[in-house]
Design a protein around this ligand. Structure first.
Ligand code: SF4
Length: 309
């Protein structure tokens, strides 16, 4: 499978089938904490980066097994709203597979454009990121494409909140020394209270980042939660996954697909795929000898990471 991956156990969405609509590594930002890697094509241009027929045929094939998953999620290597046929894909899934809930992980960079907003309104849960309360912090942390400002991001999320049909869960990822000062948290908190999302999710650097930045401890995230006092705040924590039956011959391919998008510890891969850590280790060793994955240390813990071209 080239365009769909998983299902993976996501801390926010449970068991989620990923749909990847832009190649490595097309994004409108180049965040210091990105777990995919440094952006190689920073752009605000929408295009059909991958053929829609290919995406649909993979979805058809996979969904024909009627898998028990919590969400089909547009996410992956870069920013999914850069895909110019996203709206068609959303309509297709809503009409052909209405039994599945849809989710969108987005950096919110294009939501201020009315045509993009219109396309994503039928999505059940939209998860926009908002990491800064001030323009200078946004530039430093998210390193946007030229012409993109925090003002655009806020305008987009505001419009989404006014017109939404589903839920909106805003994520703020905190990075030590960059957006965790009392002053910055105060500003972010004011914005969150004004936007009033269904959930405000606090996250931090928990996987090897593209650039050498550090995360906060649980206690530090909790301090932020207490400082802001927004009622629907949650600190995203690791949870165990559900069991999925996966034919063994596809295991290596699935693991590669998973760790190319985000580095994972062996236990998490095993959880996501519903298999033993021994089986994962065996496949990982082979992938290592083929030069397709590597092991990296982050916070003293080993992670398996894809070697992307
Ligand atoms: S974290 Fe998301 S928005 Fe930021 S560079 Fe990575 S893919 Fe793009």
């Amino acid at each position: 499978m080239k365009y769909i991956f998983g299902p993976v156990f996501s801390r926010r969405l449970g068991l989620s089938l990923g749909v990847d609509l832009v190649p490595y590594k097309v994004c409108s930002m180049d965040c210091l904490y990105c777990e995919v890697g440094a952006t190689t094509e920073k752009t605000l241009k929408r295009a059909e980066y991958v053929p829609i027929e290919g995406v649909k045929s993979e979805l058809e094939e996979y969904l024909s097994f009627k898998p028990e998953i919590d969400f089909i999620t547009f996410s992956g290597y870069g920013e999914p709203t850069l895909y110019s046929r996203l709206g068609e894909l959303v309509s297709y899934l809503k009409s052909e597979h209405p039994e599945y809930q849809l989710a969108l992980l987005t950096n919110a960079s294009l939501l201020h454009r009315d045509n993009v907003l219109e396309e994503i309104l039928p999505i059940d849960v939209v998860l926009p990121s908002l990491d800064a309360g001030r323009e200078e912090t946004f530039k430093k942390l998210n390193r946007p494409a030229e012409g993109l400002s925090l003002k655009n991001i806020l305008e987009g999320i505001e419009k989404l909140m006014e017109r939404k049909k589903g839920k909106v869960w805003i994520e703020t990822l905190f990075v030590k020394g960059i957006n965790d000062s009392e002053e910055e948290v105060e500003k972010i908190g004011e914005i969150i209270k004004r936007l009033n999302p269904d959930r405000w999710q606090l996250n931090t650097v928990v996987r090897p980042p593209a650039f050498g930045v550090e995360g906060l401890s649980f206690e530090e995230l909790n301090r932020i939660k207490e400082q802001v006092e927004f009622p629907r705040t949650e600190i995203i924590a690791h949870k165990k996954g559900k069991e999925v039956n996966l034919p063994f011959k596809e295991l290596k391919e699935e693991i590669l697909s998973l760790v190319s998008r985000r580095p994972c510890p062996v236990e998490e891969i095993a959880d996501a795929l519903g298999i033993s850590t021994d089986e994962v280790m065996k496949a990982v060793e082979e992938l290592k000898s083929e030069g397709k994955v590597q092991e990296v240390l982050f916070g003293g813990e080993p992670y398996v990471k894809g070697i992307c071209g």
